[in-house]
Design a protein around this ligand. Structure first.
Ligand code: NAI
Ligand code: MG
Length: 363
């Protein structure tokens, strides 16, 4: 089999982190006959410098044709003043939109070796393994009208509109239930049905999808504010959390801080399965940004990027054993006390980006 990967390293530490994934791809090709075919493009500030757009049409076409896109990070002070529609983030937004990546998966895993780095008590997070499934293409970030109007009396009015259609809730709920079946078989759906119509519909549709297609999965509903509280009070009660774009944005950042460093967190964004092949378009990226403060120094933590590649193995290529092996290698390296600067702790050995990648590969 040929497995087509399109690499978009981007700016700042993006290329440094991507270099470590490239080592793993090369190893899997030579030692495991994995058949990865890689191509590479520009996104973000580097794409703007090269052709005045945050991603070129040529690279967009390659992203559309690939089995999976691996994305590093974009942005940096150099491009803070570029026009709004070609700013670095526009490249990522374009990819999400054209690939129709409606499901954003953010795992929050707390490696036992890092439990003491959490914002919570170690015993509350040790062994934590939850997955937040955030709706990514709908809701209040995209709903119309979205305007600021002048009321003429020295007052202005800002309007954002939360819009969800049945099909949007159905497809994100299905993703959550399917993922739960590969995990601890439990979904918690979060909305605010007590004050929002979109919450009422969300609750109804999730309940219907559950009844019709996934009755074997345990389903619970929680108001999103209470959900935020429970995430901090007792995060291990959750397996899969499914929620809308806005609540998902906030709740996944809360969950992120339960696990320690930004340099550890992977993510996946999935599209709908193709009617013929059943394959989903997908993009995998670390949660962190381009970290201009440490870019070019060879000290960035590549684990978020490597763990994003593990998600790619799992979700785009169904290479479950390989994904498990890679994730276990990350855990073992941490257990042995090998750390990049961002997760450094007493009694551990500090290494740079490239050494961390080599050590994980060796493990
Ligand atoms: P950031 O995630 O780039 O950095 C925040 C802090 O965490 C910095 O101190 C950084 O050094 C540290 N950090 C992040 N990743 C790390 C890693 N892998 N290893 C070690 N330390 C790490 O967020 P910030 O500073 O708010 O944004 C910097 C730039 O990145 C901005 O231009 C922003 O727009 C962009 N950005 C891009 C994102 C993306 O490409 N998806 C997401 C977030 C921000
Ligand atoms: Mg956020």
């Amino acid at each position: 089999t040929v497995r087509k990967l399109f690499l978009l390293p981007g700016d700042g530490i993006g290329p440094e982190a991507m270099a470590e994934v490239r080592k793993i791809i090369a190893y899997m090709n030579s030692e495991m006959k994995a058949g990865f075919e890689t191509d590479e493009g520009l996104v973000g500030g580097c794409a703007y410098d090269a052709h005045g757009a945050a991603i070129s049409e040529d690279d967009m076409a390659k992203a559309m044709a690939a089995d999976a896109v691996l994305f590093g990070a974009v942005g940096g002070p150099k491009w803070d003043a570029v026009p709004y529609d070609v700013r670095p983030e526009a490249g990522l937004l374009r990819l999400r939109k054209d690939l129709e990546l409606f499901a954003n998966l953010r795992p929050a895993i707390c490696y036992p070796a890092l439990a003491s780095a959490s914002s919570l008590k170690p015993e509350l997070v040790e062994g934590l393994d939850i997955l937040i499934v955030r709706e990514l293409t709908g809701g209040v970030y995209f709903g119309e009208p979205k305007i600021i109007t002048d009321l003429g009396n020295g007052q202005k009015r800002a309007i954002d509109t939360q819009v969800y259609d049945t099909y949007e809730i159905e497809r994100i709920a299905s993703v959550a239930f399917e993922l739960a079946r590969t995990r601890k078989n439990a979904v918690c759906s979060m909305e605010k049905r007590n004050v929002m119509k979109s919450g009422v519909l969300w609750n109804q549709v999730v309940t219907e999808v559950h009844k019709a297609k996934y009755p074997d999965v345990k389903l619970e509903h929680m108001l999103a504010d209470a959900g935020g509280m429970q995430l901090v009070r007792n995060p291990k009660q959750f397996d899969v959390i499914v929620t809308d774009n806005l609540f998902g944005d906030m709740l996944s950042d809360v969950a992120a801080m339960l696990t320690g460093s930004l340099g550890m967190l992977p993510s996946a964004s999935l599209g709908a399965p193709d009617a013929k092949t059943g394959k989903r378009k997908a993009l995998y990226e670390p949660v962190h940004g381009s970290a201009p403060d440490i870019a070019g120094k060879g000290v960035a933590n590549p684990i978020a990027m490597i763990a994003s590649f593990a998600m790619c193995l799992r979700y785009s290529f169904n290479m479950i054993k390989e994904a498990d092996t890679l994730e276990k290698a990350i855990a073992n390296v941490l257990e042995k006390g090998i750390r990049t600067g961002d997760i450094m702790a007493e009694g551990c050995r500090q290494v740079g980006t490239s050494d961390m990648g080599d050590t994980i590969l060796a493990e």
